[in-house]
Unconditional design. Structure first.
Length: 471
């Protein structure tokens, strides 16, 4: 017996089709007309869009910044994601000092198993280079961890030197993987923070002023040049400035194999949120910081014209009371990050699709297909096609609401998009054939998310011919 979603419009990154989808077991068995078989359960989805389950390639659930633990763990974070239409996330495994990469990965995986509502994978954070790192990276690729995260910021913590960055790029290229890099010049930021605090400039606004656009532009330029030299594919996480976008465009004209991620906050929130004399700006302390409005305009153009490849969230939630306010008298002590995993699709639908900045296909590309392709999950994830996992979001475009901390599903006492209107809702969600959201509510008792082995970048569609199967 299968399930037939009947009467809706299937949306892929390529086109919209008025066809039915038949699910059998965990997979999509047929996409087309008259796909029903005897004993199938038929679900009426007239007036709805059938989107592939969204893939968030950048989350921080159950993570620690310094000594502060994120408010959302794998359970609450993935549950919020699922209710927003995200069925897969890629989080991070970061080794503690002296810990092997494999050990760090295994402990993250076991933390998430049994507690994640979404399917999941991990990027491996590399914090330095030593004799064993290369062979450890090799082991990780065999365990399905095919992307390596590097930080050019957070001095004396996660930041790597150019020497380390370059060697990891070379090894990544050799292994057929992809490097994901946080591009901000951490050395310069450190100087600017020191100078600001010395001058008595301690308010949240100085978080942004000590991380100006030039520190991102410079780091993106350096990362792109070094990745090209090492012949490594490069994924720039959370790009936030028009200058950095321009750097990547120039590099692409020289043949750089580089992909850009941005996040809803860099399209929808600007640096005026830091203004005001109270501590409200502390809610918006994240890195890179929010930018002036003209950057938002350019990033939207990048999103609509395809220069920006993916929209992930960098979901990293800290309580306003008790965590963010640790930095009320010193902005450098405010834990960095904001939530977004639940709101990503509705924000992009409301402010992108409904405002005609992008079409539905582009929305699917940014939030599902491209992240799945780049990180070795496609076509298992990221599309609605025969043979793919039956991760399907039944999107009701007639639903409307307002984003609020009073109704969101984060374990959090504020929402950075408080009061934002939202159009559309993940009315029903299927994860590997099982209905997990019904009428916008969670409809399963226990988390069923599974760990995903990811293919190396070198084996993805970027090196193979695309193949689509439709009746
Ligand atoms: Zn992040």
């Amino acid at each position: 017996m299968g399930i037939v979603l009947s009467g809706g419009t299937v949306v892929t990154s390529e086109a919209c089709f008025a066809v039915d989808v038949r699910v059998e077991g965990e997979k999509i068995a047929a996409v087309g007309l008259q796909v029903q078989e005897p004993n199938d359960q038929v679900v009426d989805v007239r007036g709805r869009f059938l989107l592939p389950g969204a893939v968030d390639a950048h989350t921080h659930f159950e993570d620690i910044a310094g000594t502060v633990k994120t408010a959302d763990d794998f359970f609450t974070g993935s549950r919020a994601g699922l209710l927003g239409g995200t069925t897969t996330f890629i989080d991070f495994a970061t080794p503690l000092p002296g810990e092997t990469l494999q050990h760090a990965f295994e402990s993250r995986r076991s933390q998430a198993l049994g507690r994640s509502f979404c399917d999941f994978g991990f990027h491996m954070t590399i914090t330095g280079w030593g004799q064993s790192i290369g062979s450890e990276m090799e082991k990780l690729v065999k365990l399905g961890v095919t992307s390596f995260k590097l930080f050019m910021a957070y001095k004396n913590d996660l930041q790597v030197s150019d020497e380390e960055l370059f060697q990891v790029f070379q090894k990544t290229a050799e292994l057929g993987g992809i490097a994901a890099v946080h591009c901000e010049n951490g050395d310069v930021i450190e100087v600017l923070i020191r100078q600001a605090l010395k001058a008595g400039n301690t308010s949240a606004a100085y978080h942004a002023l000590t991380r100006p656009p030039a520190v991102e532009e410079e780091a993106v330029n350096r990362a792109v040049s070094l990745a090209m030299l090492a012949k490594a594919p490069l994924y720039i996480v959370h790009l936030s400035t028009r200058e950095a976008l321009r750097v990547v465009e120039q590099a692409r004209l020289r043949g750089a194999n580089v992909y850009i991620e941005t996040c809803p906050q860099y399209l929808l929130l600007d640096d005026t949120y830091y203004a005001g004399s109270d501590f409200a700006g502390g809610k918006y302390v994240l890195s890179p910081p929010l930018r002036a409005k003209d950057h938002l305009t350019v990033l939207w153009a990048g999103v609509s014209q395809g220069m920006i490849d993916t929209l992930s969230t960098d979901h990293c939630a800290f309580l306003f009371k008790g965590q963010k306010d640790k930095g009320i008298h010193d902005f450098s002590k405010i834990p960095n990050g904001i939530p977004g995993v639940e709101d990503r699709l509705s924000l992009l639908y409301t402010y992108g699709v409904m405002q005609k900045k992008i079409d539905l296909c582009r929305m699917v590309s940014l939030t599902a297909t491209k992240p799945a392709e780049i990180f070795g999950l496609y076509p298992q994830k990221g599309t609605v096609a025969v043979g793919s996992d039956a991760d399907i979001v039944v999107w009701n475009p007639a639903e409307e609401g307002t984003i609020s901390a009073a109704t969101h599903h984060y374990a959090l006492d504020y929402n950075p998009y408080e009061g934002f209107r939202k159009i559309g809702q993940a009315e029903q969600v299927f994860l590997r054939g099982e209905q997990v959201v019904t009428d916008g509510q969670l409809s399963l008792a226990a988390p069923r998310g599974k760990y995903l082995m990811r293919k190396p970048f070198a084996n993805t569609v970027y090196n193979n011919e695309r193949k689509f199967e439709y009746d």
